[in-house]
Design a protein around this ligand. Structure first.
Ligand code: 5RP
Length: 215
């Protein structure tokens, strides 16, 4: 089984704060995510800035796009994104359109799994060429007390068995990773517990130690 990668979700409110985090974190992580919050706050300038500073990193634009697939994909891939996200309830036409642009730039599109979705939809996502999914415990679900549990593990495993490369996120700490042991995870994505840590590089090393221990 391949070792999961580590991704930092930069959900900061401006580019300078994101760069303060990446100065410490870029050497430690595989993927730099322009988080949804930073996308709202700074737009594709954040993608362009990170691409200029980190030419060799994978960069995700976490747009959670729901419409205008061609246009929004062109905005972020033309600025250097490697991947972008679409929300799982987006029309298939939006997903297909975003994927066409991604492929033009040798990039990829990931489906963000939030709320209600079905494995019948997941079959359709595979049919249209999407192979990456992000399994998410949303901030609001976390605040409402939702914990990681067997139902999550079962769904993640089933998605992986179907052929998806599945990334996992949502309030993760290094201590959480053990429960995903034995499941092929593409990336563990962490935001607040990395950029918000007193020592972000040390926090990233703790995630990597947990990955090395369990994969
Ligand atoms: C919120 C997101 C976050 O970027 C993702 O959940 C990681 O952030 P955190 O580790 O702080 O929960 O996509 O919609």
């Amino acid at each position: 089984m391949q070792k999961p990668m580590l991704q930092v979700a930069l959900d900061t409110l401006d580019i300078p704060s994101a760069l303060k985090a990446t100065r410490a974190l870029a050497p430690e992580v595989d993927v730099l995510e322009v988080g949804t919050i930073l996308c709202y706050a700074e737009g594709a300038r954040a993608v362009a800035t990170l691409r200029a500073l980190y030419p060799d990193h994978l960069i995700l634009a976490d747009l959670k796009a729901a419409d205008a697939g061609t246009t929004v994909a062109e905005i972020v891939f033309s600025q250097g994104a490697s991947w972008m996200t679409v929300i799982c309830c987006a029309p298939y036409a939006t997903m297909t359109a975003a994927l066409a642009v991604a492929r033009k730039y040798s990039g990829d599109v990931q489906i963000e799994l939030y709320g209600e979705w079905t494995f019948a939809q997941a079959e359709k996502w595979l049919e249209i060429g999407l192979t990456q999914a992000i399994y998410h415990r949303g901030r609001d679900a976390e605040l409402a007390g939702q914990k990681w549990g067997p139902a999550d593990l079962q769904k993640i495993r089933k998605l992986a068995d179907m052929g998806f490369a599945v990334s996992v996120t949502g309030g993760l700490t290094p201590q959480d990773l053990a429960i995903f042991k034995g499941i092929p995870v593409k990336c563990f994505i962490a935001g607040r517990s990395l950029y918000g840590a007193d020592d972000p590089a040390q926090a990233a090393r703790a995630f990597k130690a947990a990955i090395a221990e369990h994969w």
